[in-house]
Design a protein around this ligand. Structure first.
Ligand code: GDP
Length: 340
């Protein structure tokens, strides 16, 4: 058999349906069709992408009703324990929760972020929760796009709360911040910010800091850290949202503090819905992702042109040797692109 005739596993396992089949299934809350549609969203194959776009367009009028919450913090801070505790607390209250992740370093086989559902074993078996690991093996741009589109599909499937987890290092925070309504930073007491690898920029993005592991001997240090972070946050420039970030404590292990966190999320929603920030932010996010998509497509279309690839090799050599400036080389490449 030639390699061309080998069909990918996903296609063999589940033949493609028409967009209407996925859309009706998603709207009826069918998890199998939801998962299959997400696989299409994550795929880079052009026919999958086209189908995914049609599904998303038809789901769009049914999306947007969930609260989107980003959750970050360095490895070990207790993200999965927290998501499980908060998640169970929410589903016990009748909520339907989808848990997604953005981790561009994720390789499912290595059991990284959310790749291993045993990290949230109670939530994984909860009929009112849906856990989807980070799409693996892509660039941050690709992973972020897929997660944003997955959010829309999960909303159309009736999930009213979406958690998007990311690790507290690198650029993925900015991407997640750009796709959620509320951004929650989990922290530890007793470790300096530097030690926790938390950059000031990430703290500035947070709508609420939650100091986890406030239990046992750690309770007093957690309360002290809360007071310190509270005063540190006063030094930050005022927020465009009209909301002052809060500092809370919790113990994900003992499942305490969940009610205050949820109250805080609601108080944020009340503030930002009544001053118009909530809607404005969502609109800006949609425009941002449209522009990102345009940028990505232009980039792909540029580098995929054979003429550009050909000219690139020669021009890069000249730039390296200092015979041509980077700007002139780029300009020449654009001429090649336009003519091709
Ligand atoms: P993640 O890497 O951020 O997802 O962190 P995990 O949820 O895997 O937790 C890392 C470790 O911290 C595990 O051993 C957890 O049992 C522990 N842990 C998580 N939350 C708490 C908590 O509230 N209190 C205590 N004492 N330990 C916790």
């Amino acid at each position: 058999m030639s390699p061309r005739s080998v069909r990918p596993l996903q296609l063999r396992k589940s033949p493609l349906h028409s967009p209407a089949v996925y859309v009706e299934g998603i709207l009826a809350g069918n998890r199998t069709l939801l998962s299959q549609a997400i696989t299409l969203v994550e795929s880079t194959r052009p026919n999958h992408r086209k189908l995914a776009e049609r599904i998303i367009d038809q789901c769009l009028p049914h999306s947007g009703n969930a609260i989107r919450i980003g959750i970050t913090g360095v490895p070990g801070v207790g993200k999965s324990t927290f998501i499980e505790a908060m998640g169970k607390w929410l589903t016990n209250q009748g909520h339907r929760l989808a848990v997604l992740a953005v981790d561009p370093t994720s390789q499912r086989s290595r059991g990284s972020i959310l790749g291993d559902k045993t990290r949230m074993e109670h939530l994984a078996s909860d009929p009112n929760a849906y856990i989807r690991p980070s799409p693996s093996g892509g660039s941050l741009g690709g992973v972020a796009r897929a997660t944003r589109e997955t959010t829309l599909l999960c909303e159309a499937a009736g999930f009213d709360t979406i958690f998007i987890e990311t690790v507290g290092v690198g650029q993925s925070e900015t991407a997640v911040h750009g796709m959620v309504d509320f951004f929650l930073l989990l922290m530890l007491a007793g470790a300096g910010d530097e030690l926790q690898g938390i950059k000031r920029g990430i703290m500035e993005m947070a709508d609420t800091l939650v100091i986890n592991k406030a239990d046992g001997d750690n309770l007093t240090p957690a309360k002290r850290a809360r007071a310190q972070y509270k005063s540190a946050l006063h030094l930050f420039p005022p927020n465009a949202s009209g909301w002052s970030p809060q500092v809370l404590t919790c113990s994900a292990m003992q499942k305490s503090g969940m009610d205050q966190i949820w109250e805080t999320v609601h108080s944020y929603l009340d503030t930002t819905r009544s001053n118009g920030f909530f809607q404005r932010k969502r609109e800006e996010q949609s425009i941002y992702w449209m522009r990102e998509e345009i940028g990505n497509r232009l980039n792909d279309s540029f580098y995929q042109k054979a003429e550009v690839a050909e000219a690139l090799k020669a021009l890069e050599k000249e730039v390296r040797e200092g015979k041509l400036s980077s700007f002139s080389a780029a300009s020449q490449l654009f001429q090649v692109y336009r003519k091709s």
